[in-house]
Write a protein that binds this ligand. Sequence first.
Ligand code: CUA
Length: 180
Amino acid sequence: MPETEEGILRSEFRWAVIAVGMVSVIMLALIYAGLVQHINPPSNIETIDPNTLHLTGEFTEADLGTFVDATGQVTSRIVATQFTFQPQCFVVPANRLVTLRFASPDVVHGILITGTNVNTMVVPGYVSQVHTVFTKTGDLLMPCHEYCGLGHSQMWATVRVVPEDEFKPDAAGRASCASG
Ligand code: CUA
């Protein structure tokens, strides 16, 4: 078939429409994931002053660990510091949405929880937030996976996943490994 000028223009226009359409679908999927499904970068781009972490706000010692708020939302706050986690063990219920929030007062750490998809860096100056649902009960290992100094290999915590009916926060909404 002989190519006419008009035929070539039509063909180019068709491909332009396809390309713009594909890019639009990808852009809409990204916007939908971010705004509707709340799928964001692990850092959540939330800043915090590493120098006053332990003095004020949600990462003071009394507020660390797992809390359930009035709406039933489960949140665990953990400080990653050379070379330990605070608390060393935290408890979460299985099959419920759990929000994990991490902060570091010193250097860059990283965490993963074995057997789950939880994996994030913990960078001083930022709150690292992860939403997840634990489906398997038991004690899971949460090691630091970013070299942070001489004690790096000794830095880990335990995530205790208990069946929902064994998850019993106290009157203040607090649940810890000691209380079960
Ligand atoms: Cu903290 Cu390695």
